[in-house]
Design a protein around this ligand. Sequence first.
Ligand code: CA
Length: 227
Amino acid sequence: MRVLVVEDEAALRGQIAARLREEGFAVEEAPDGREALYMGNELPVDAAIVDLGLPGLDGIEVIRRWREAGRGFPVLILTARGRWQDKVEGLEAGADDYLAKPFHMEELLARLRALLRRSAGWASPVIRCGPVELDPASHEVRVDGAPVELTAFEFRLLRYLMLHAGEVVSKSELSEHLYEEDADRDSNVIEVLVARLRRKLDPERRLEPIETLRGRGYRFRLERAGA
Ligand code: CA
């Protein structure tokens, strides 16, 4: 999942970005409103965290213009403590949730995870498809209740596929959403990772959780449970 972090205070922006990368998100950073507007319009962003007080173009205006342009990704705004008007204005411009500064990084992460799963149509915090269970908060993955050890990147790939369970996801979509803009991308890597993920989730090949659709991509085919 790719997350855009819009914040003009470099130290705070860096702190948020570092924590999000630890959580397995690909992160893009914008220091001002103009750049944020451009990145949100041009990059395949899954969610954005937007500080409202920005040089150039303020956060409210950035969100309003994204929405006018039809960009529907979830937006979490950062507001100054006590400025309830900012929260109302932000939500009315098209933001989905807010957090007052100063905040705890864990709260920011919890709100971001909730926005990401809800925008993919999931209500429950744990993602379940058939016997496969993925917890976006603890990063635990289980099949029939038994834990499965995944590398950080395998987890990122599975999280994306499971959040979009039932949908066809092309290799280029996967690499766009799993890597940052300046990353070196190689679609063969995705193939290798999908093969590894299949072996780890389904060593006896009885579930076939990830279907390959020739020329189109992949689909996590086990039925969503509790969504
Ligand atoms: Ca600011």
